[in-house]
Each structure stands twice: as structure tokens, then as C-alpha cells.
Design a protein around this ligand. Structure first.
Ligand code: ATP
Ligand code: MG
Length: 151
């Protein structure tokens, strides 16, 4: 189904930003309005939930989570950036593997199973998209999702 991604995000965050606020985080959302993709809305929500859950779990309370939607040629790009603990370089290639978790002792959160990003990866691929992670230990993490745009 074609989805107006900008509108979808604005609707999604109307609810979700309240949940973020309850947990002590604030949202910075910027969207390019002309971003149409073909995707399943419930899977998109699951993707966002898992990525945003990580952004909060692996960041000190009080942080800003930045969500940016842009168009780049044939792709619609969604970047979700936190300023949390980051991921060491050597772990980045593995964090989307099932059950992989970075040294639990480092984070204030240790209740995870290590499946969130594996599910994200699987769902993004089902939507014909790609997911990449850029991160620097101690600085923060950006999850970059890319979907083919409909023009
Ligand atoms: P689950 O999501 O199943 O509850 P989880 O959060 O441990 O558990 P993933 O979401 O797959 O599992 O993430 C895997 C690991 O990658 C995490 O345990 C954490 O070490 C690291 N990680 C993921 N996102 C971030 C982030 N935004 N900042 C820092 N580390 C992260
Ligand atoms: Mg997780």
C-alpha cells in the first residue's frame, strides 16, 4: 500500500512522543512532505518501536532523539539518531544478529533479549528497504532506514 510517510510519522509521533516524554526524552522530528513509499503500516510501526526503544534504553535520560525523513534520488531515508552510549566499532556488524547484545554491563538497561534489531532487519528487507547503523561509542547512534520511493 502506498504510504505518505511524512503524514504517517506525524500521526505516529503524536502518540509516541507522549510515551517518550514519560520516559524523559524529547523528540526532534523533521520531515520532507513528498515521501511516498510502499509499505505495511503495522510493520513500519514495529520497526519504529524497536529502534526508538533502543534509542531510549541505551541513552541517558533527558536526551533528544532526532528523527529525520528526507528524499535522496529514488530513496526515502529515515534517520533515527540518539546521543546515547553508542556501539563500539567491532560490535556494529553484529548488532542485527539474533540474540546479539553488546556487553550488558555498559548500559543502564539490561532487560533485552537481543532480538529487536534482528526483527527490524527482517521487516525492512520485506519492505524492500535497507538498514544501516552508524555509531560511535560514547557519542551516539544513528539507524538509517532506506526505502524505494514511489514517484
Ligand atoms: P530487545 O530489543 O530484544 O529487547 P536488545 O535491545 O538487547 O533486546 P537489539 O534491539 O537487537 O536487542 O539490540 C542489540 C544490541 O545492540 C543491544 O543489546 C545493544 O547492545 C546494542 N544497541 C542497539 N541499539 C543501540 C543504540 N541505539 N545505542 C547503543 N547500543 C545499541
Ligand atoms: Mg532492542
Amino acid at each position: 500500500v502506498p504510504i505518505a510517510f511524512a503524514q504517517f510519522l506525524e500521526d505516529f509521533f503524536e502518540q509516541y512522543s507522549l510515551k517518550m516524554k514519560e520516559r524523559g526524552f524529547s523528540l526532534s522530528l523533521t520531515v520532507d512532505p513528498d515521501s511516498i513509499i510502499i509499505a505495511d503500516e503495522s510493520q513500519l510501526k514495529q520497526i519504529l518501536n524497536n529502534v526508538l526503544d533502543n534509542a531510549m534504553n541505551y541513552s541517558p535520560v533527558g536526551g533528544v532523539i532526532r528523527v529525520q525523513l528526507t528524499n535522496e534520488r529514488e530513496q526515502v531515508i529515515l534517520k533515527i539518531t540518539d546521543s546515547g552510549i553508542g556501539i563500539p566499532k567491532e560490535d556494529i556488524p553484529h548488532v542485527m544478529d539474533r540474540f546479539y547484545r553488546v556487553n550488558k554491563a555498559r548500559s543502564r538497561f539490561d532487560g533485552g533479549t537481543g532480538l529487536g534489531l534482528a526483527i527490524v532487519k527482517q521487516m525492512v528487507v520485506l519492505q524492500k528497504g535497507t538498514v544501516t547503523i552508524e555509531s560511535e561509542a560514547g557519542k551516539g547512534t544513528t539507524v538509517r532506514l532506506s526505502f524505494p520511493s514511489v514517484s
